[in-house]
Design a protein around this ligand. Structure first.
Ligand code: 6GU
Length: 254
């Protein structure tokens, strides 16, 4: 998969892309990531990428021409790219959207600044607008990194088969709910023991315990996710047998 990142701060990406999973995915040839400095596509002699808003008001607006030229350049590198603008006004990123984007051949990620990009660039070039949550960042760069990370880890071959994405919180193995709690050595830490069942070697019992713990945790922390959990009749029976009743959305608490 190919990512082109359009930004006025290409340096922002150097260290995060050079570490951990993303670095390995690039080294293994599973992803190609190229940053483009929007300033390089500016046409005027001062290499301006933003300007004052028509109609007055605070802040600066990103000019459309450099953004458009950068998108055209990035497109030339691949096939049919999807152009994604990172903006707090976009569709909120979640696991489902990350999975959808992981199916694309090329994403062009446009990092807008908070004050905004010219509306005509958005209308003419942007296929999808994405936000990473209901809070304000100074620019789309941290959001682009979050999107990049969430998508790249889903690509075949990126995660070792030992830690597949299948059982992640929010993913299919977790029925769209939260993941069960995890333990490692030592068996006693801060006076707290690892649950006996996890040491029992009884894989069916461990799986049951993990399922119940995951559902309890989802009910307590994210009750709004419970309604969407797809549970089999056998799983619903297991919940009933363990005195767990599914709340309707909006009910929660420990
Ligand atoms: Cl994508 N951009 C900015 N500037 N702020 C945000 C955001 C994006 N997502 C959440 N807050």
């Amino acid at each position: 998969m190919r990512f082109d990142i359009l930004t006025i701060f290409p340096d922002f990406f150097v260290s995060p892309l050079g570490a951990g999973m993303i670095r390995r995915a690039v080294q293994d040839g599973l992803v190609v990531i190229q940053t483009h400095n929007i300033r390089d596509y500016a046409t005027d002699k001062h290499a301006m990428t933003d300007d004052r808003p028509f109609g007055g008001g605070e802040g600066m607006v990103m000019k459309p021409e450099p953004l458009a030229a950068a998108v055209e350049q990035a497109r030339g590198n691949g096939g049919d790219a999807r152009v994604v603008l990172l903006t707090p006004q976009g569709r909120t990123l979640n696991q489902r959207l990350a999975e959808e984007l992981a199916g694309e051949k090329q994403l062009i990620l446009v990092c807008g600044r908070y004050e905004g990009v010219d509306e005509r660039f958005r209308a003419a070039y942007v296929d999808l607008e994405v936000s990473i949550g209901d809070y304000v960042l100074t620019g789309g760069e941290p959001a682009a990194l979050v999107l990049l990370d969430s998508v790249i880890r889903l690509l075949p071959g990126v995660l070792g088969c030992g830690d597949s994405a299948e059982n992640d919180t929010f993913s299919r193995g977790s029925r769209g709910g939260l993941k069960y709690p995890q333990y490692t050595r030592p068996r006693i830490f801060a006076g707290r023991e690892v649950p006996d069942v996890l040491l029992s070697g009884d894989h069916a019992a461990i799986e049951r315990w993990r399922f119940l713990a995951a559902v309890r945790r989802t009910i307590s922390r994210r009750p709004e996710l419970v309604a969407a959990m797809e549970l089999t009749p056998a799983e619903l029976k297991l919940l009933r047998e363990n005195g767990i009743s599914l709340p309707s959305a909006g009910v929660g608490g420990d």
